[in-house]
Design a protein around this ligand. Structure first.
Ligand code: GDP
Length: 298
């Protein structure tokens, strides 16, 4: 029996039937635009962004006969243009320790990302201290200790249920004493009680600022890219309860529809510092807008 047709990747796979053999062309008309718009929306890009992208595609091209590769290239260009504005590595400041506060809902990949960051900074010759600031979740503390061991970085912990702000204070002292380049602080991610979480984060920030008024130098929001449109509300909520300076998008390996990154970029304009592409220590990559756009539309 004949081998099954290789599935097309990216959201344009369904624009033309899989059975088509020749390079098909279709006239760019309203019906086709609507189809493309639906596919963009289905990729998690969001209606507003999808409308703008298709409008740009339509401009000066209505009535033209276009092939799938041509459409892909145009859309990839549009996506890349949006994403180039937010692709920025985490800024480093000449401060010691440089404080990186890591926030996000539980399960988004905070501890994993902290482990990966610690390992990358170590590899770059920097000294790092980790503070296990989610003092409530024993599992998170244990997991951070494992990551710390892998990365060769000390992990400061406190008794279960103790005040994370006091751990943050101790961590500032320790990192200062050690002359550490970076202090990575994990935080709780229980959104069920938003008020508590807001107060907890505010207190951590107050305590850190007592030791260094310019800290935290980065407040990273970790978002699971597979949560689709939910990612948008997470950014909205965390922007209200913390001074988010940048994003790390996790779980962009596998079959995640990264389209939500476009919606995030379009709506919030927050820099995307890095993406998580797996569960291993080296699976944290810089965000490459061209590559992302090609993969999304490919
Ligand atoms: P936290 O609760 O926010 O600290 O989340 P964790 O760091 O514990 O991560 C939750 C789960 O997601 C774990 O099973 C991780 O291995 C997994 N995870 C984290 N980042 C990634 C990623 O980039 N890709 C994949 N495939 N899994 C990830």
């Amino acid at each position: 029996s004949p081998a099954p047709a290789a599935p097309r990747t990216g959201f344009l796979g369904r624009l033309f039937g899989r059975e088509e053999v020749e390079v098909p062309r279709r006239t760019l008309d309203d019906a086709m635009l609507e189809e493309i718009e639906d596919l963009l929306v289905a990729s998690d890009m969001g209606v507003e962004t999808a409308l703008r992208v298709t409008a740009n595609l339509a401009e000066g091209r209505m009535g033209r006969r276009l092939s799938v590769p041509e459409i892909k290239e145009i859309l990839a260009g549009e996506v890349a243009r949006i994403m180039e504005g937010v692709a920025r590595p985490m800024p480093l400041y000449p401060k010691r320790p440089q404080v990186v506060l890591v926030v996000g809902v539980n399960g988004s990949g905070k501890t994993t990302t902290i482990g990966k960051l610690a390992s990358q900074f170590r590899a770059a010759g920097k000294t790092v201290v980790i503070a296990a600031g989610d003092t409530f979740r024993a599992a998170a503390v244990e997991q951070l200790q494992v990551w710390g061991q892998r990365a060769g970085v000390p992990v400061l912990t406190a008794a279960q249920g103790s005040d994370p702000a006091s751990l943050a204070f101790d961590a500032m002292e320790r990192a200062g004493r050690d002359g550490a380049d970076l202090l990575l602080i994990d935080t709780a991610g229980r959104l069920q009680n938003r008020q508590d979480l807001m107060e907890e984060l505010a207190k951590i920030v107050r305590v850190i600022r007592k030791k260094d008024p310019s800290a935290p130098h980065n407040t990273l929001l970790v978002i699971d890219a597979t949560t689709g449109q939910n990612a948008l509300s997470q950014v909205e909520i965390f922007q209200k309860i913390a001074d988010v300076s940048g994003l790390v998008m996790t779980k962009l390996d596998g079959t995640a529809k990264g389209g939500v990154l476009v919606a995030l970029a379009d709506r919030f304009g927050l820099p995307i510092h890095a993406i998580g592409v797996g569960e291993q220590i080296d699976d944290l990559a810089p965000f490459d807008p061209q590559e992302f756009a090609r993969a999304l539309t490919g």
